[in-house]
Design a binder for this molecule. Sequence first.
Ligand SMILES: [Ca+2]
Ligand SMILES: [Ca+2]
Ligand SMILES: [Ca+2]
Length: 477
Amino acid sequence: MIGTNPTGTAAIPNQGHGVLVSGAPNNRIGSATDAAGGNVMSGNRNAGIAFSLAGVGGNVVYGNKIGTSKSGTEAIRNGTGVLLLAGANGVVIGGDTSKRNLISGNTGSGVYIALNSNNHTISGNYIGTNVSGTAPLGNGIAGITVLSSGNQIGGASSRLANRIAGNPVGIAISGSAATLNTIRFNTIGTTTVPNTGSGIQFTSNASGNTVGPSNTIQGNQTGVRVNDGSINNRITRNSFSSNTNLGIDLLPLPGINPQDAGDADGGANRGQNSPTFVGSPLKIGNDLRINFRVNSTTTNSAYPLAIEFYSSDGSGEGRAYLAGTTYTAADLAIGTKLVNFVGTAANLVVGSTKIIALATDANGNTSEFSAEHVLAAPLAAALATQANPTQAAATQTSEKLAANKNGIVSPLEATNMVNAMNTRSTQEGEGEQPRAFGPLPYEVNIRDQALEELSLEEKGSGLIFVTQRASTRRFAR
Ligand SMILES: [Ca+2]
Ligand SMILES: [Ca+2]
Ligand SMILES: [Ca+2]
């Protein structure tokens, strides 16, 4: 009991820190095996425990209650829970479940990592909740505040997940020295215990950090907020749901950013534009087929872009990662990219599942989430209820193309062919003069209005017809 009465139910404050480890290596504070639950380090005027000055490492903090009563159900506030000061390096706070610290109820941050205090690991803790993780017992400023670099929050598996919930901000990464920090496999807010502000926020030029994979970011006001001036912050393969505002919000513009032409805008993560879907995402068999583009020039984004597709939570946030692809400068030159993910749609429901996407440039600038789109069936299914046989005949062509995946031509093949034709700008059809094939990009999508401008028709062996507006052009395959 460090800072409390003998039963750990009320503060008897130390005037400074409860424990200060200054330049000393290889200390273990607490225990991973103590049935009594480690130390109670609460009620102190400054930090429950602080590390300062350079040591050779080996300091670990296991199984303590820092800022709460011994029962872990009430706050007995320290100023800060765990304070990592300049010079301290590589402190390990928590680990798997047996090493979990409860760091809650403190006046400032649960964990505060100061400038020049680097490479710490914070894993497996409850930060901002009660001892069972089921109710808020928030720290006053943030669950974790990071001003330095190379820190890992969470770990390589869910076994090392922190639960960071019930705080005003879950994780605050701030300042230009805050770089190369990794946040993965954590629970950041829950529907019952949200962080009342952002789950994660990057401010004051914090750049070059990674959120993901496998954080569950739920119920917060904003999931991840990136403020103006913070760039190159990669957000990849997380689960977002039920955040009150956006899952990912890039500032300075609060709310959904416009897709500015060419993506010349700046701001957080350079205002990276999100992918634009061309037509509906399709479920074809168990495959997921998506046609998309990204409106960003090679000047304004570093290519290639990484594109991630998710099923959405229904309110514009990516809940479950589905598949990813790249979008290269060559794809940009063509315009759209059609991707087919084999087997990915097996558990997705036509007419119900909504698909949503993120783009991240090669420097790690992740966009906000794209608009979400309801998963659709191939045209054949839609045609079944269509009364007009003429229309059906006209659009039946596309259905054939989809059906003939292993036959003459598939939509993917057709698109590639059209793109190749456009790349050459001219074509040589049988009995026709070479001619330009028209402006970029063509949009080949079974349920897209572009069908009115361009349809693909199979006729006989080895030929496809491409109908553009009023004219028909024929290509040898
Ligand atoms: Ca925004
Ligand atoms: Ca931009
Ligand atoms: Ca933009």
